[in-house]
Design a protein around this ligand. Structure first.
Ligand code: PMP
Length: 395
């Protein structure tokens, strides 16, 4: 028999969540309260906060494909992929994604988050080691936690540290996990060096290309393709369909046997309702646009370059060098929130990143470039962000 535990006071039903109020007060004091702002369908605001990098979310070819597919196939997918949720649209999307990115196969998930959860947990376990960059996306971190593998999170963008952790691991099977473009600072991971470290030490490499796909590489084929790693037998890529493609959903791309393994074992694939047909059709249509207009990807980079240049010239502390994400440091979370709020009042919507969304605790404004922004939009955004910068932002 277990020894009796300590006696706790019996709480009334309306008291059991009282502890939430104390937590809320703590967040409020630290400037970490988040507010949901419901936007209308159209706005005069200049949007530099979303992830619609190619400006395709409202493109008639893309949104129209979603509408037509919803009418034909239904608003929802009606079941998990292994039961009734796989339509011809899902199969075609998987075929086209693999063809576009140069991998053997692809598997579509209901989001990038579930794709990451599924890929990490299915490709590791109690009998394996995972080595990660310490700034990987939250969905990858959750995947690592769920995997029960030995985890080593090492210094940011540091292939030597990754190699050292691989060399000193205690489990033979190993997976290295990284973002390609880091979502907070917008910097690009040294993928070739990471791949070399993996090969030296017999590990697989999993790259989350959420922010690189559609933006970097030949015609937007992504950072993994750009590094010459897309078709490699030891490399797995995850992407989201919700950023550059302007749709919704996620995918894992890689060797055929990896994809087969995920179909059978990735719990966020097996037990999740399939992506809605409308979203699959939208992603397919957007992929078609990207094929027809490869210059779109280059245009995002030009816009991002202008944004970063203008903000730097204005004396702000800017990071982000490779993709669409341009990040500006704020003195603290409260200042970041007030700064973003003031920008919104002046018609410029920017992202505000505060702990715990920032791995290093440094709050930032995040501006995302879009292919459909004009130079005059960029100039206006730079002017407003710079003029409203709080004291200390240029420190
Ligand atoms: N990985 C990264 C790097 C991301 O930024 C995001 C989205 N914030 C995701 C994965 C998750 O993708 P999704 O929004 O499609 O779930």
């Amino acid at each position: 028999m277990n020894a009796p535990g300590p006696a706790f006071p019996a709480l009334q039903p309306d008291e059991v969540f009282d502890w939430l109020d104390a937590e809320a007060a703590r967040r409020s004091e630290a400037g970490l309260v988040r507010r949901l702002r419901a936007r209308g369908p159209s706005t005069d605001e200049l949007d530099l906060a979303g992830n619609d990098y190619l400006g395709l979310a409202r493109d008639k070819r893309v949104a129209g494909a979603a509408a037509a597919a919803s009418l034909r196939w239904g608003a929802g997918s009606t079941g998990s992929r292994l039961v009734t949720g796989s339509t011809e649209l899902h199969a075609e999307l998987e075929h086209e994604l693999a063809r576009f990115c140069g991998t053997q196969a692809a598997l579509v998930f209901s989001s990038g988050f579930t794709a990451n959860l599924g890929a990490v947990t299915a490709l590791s376990g109690a009998e394996s080691a995972i080595v990660t960059d310490k700034y990987i996306h939250a969905s990858l971190i959750e995947g690592c936690r769920l995997s029960r593998a030995d985890i080593a999170a090492v210094g940011h963008a540091d292939p030597a540290a990754i190699a050292h952790a691989l060399a000193t691991r205690r489990k033979q099977r190993a997976l290295v996990v990284t973002d390609s473009v880091f979502s907070v600072d917008g910097d690009v991971a040294p993928l070739r060096e990471l791949s070399e470290a993996c090969r030296t030490h017999g590990a697989a490499l999993l790259v989350d290309d959420a922010h690189g796909f559609g933006v970097l590489g030949d015609g937007g084929r992504g950072a993994v393709h750009d590094a010459g790693l897309a078709g490699e037998p030891d490399v797995v890529t995850t992407i989201t369909l919700s950023k550059a493609l302007g749709a919704q959903g996620g995918a894992v791309l890689g060797p055929r046997r990896v994809i087969r393994h995920l179909v059978d074992t990735a719990r966020s694939f097996v037990f999740d309702t399939a992506l809605a047909p409308g979203s699959a059709a939208a992603a397919l249509a957007a992929l078609g646009v990207l094929r027809e207009e490869p210059g779109l990807a280059e245009r995002v980079l030009t816009v991002a370059g202008s944004l970063a240049h203008g903000l730097r010239e204005a004396g702000l502390q800017v990071s982000g060098s490779g993709g669409a994400v341009v990040s500006v440091r704020a003195p603290g979370p409260g200042e970041a929130q007030a700064w973003a709020g003031a920008c919104a009042e002046h018609g410029i919507r920017v992202g505000c990143f505060r702990p715990p969304s920032v791995p290093d605790g440094v709050s930032r404004l995040r501006l995302t470039a879009r292919a459909d922004l004009a130079e005059s939009d960029v100039d206006r955004a730079v002017k407003v962000v710079a003029e409203l910068a709080p004291p200390g932002a240029r420190g």
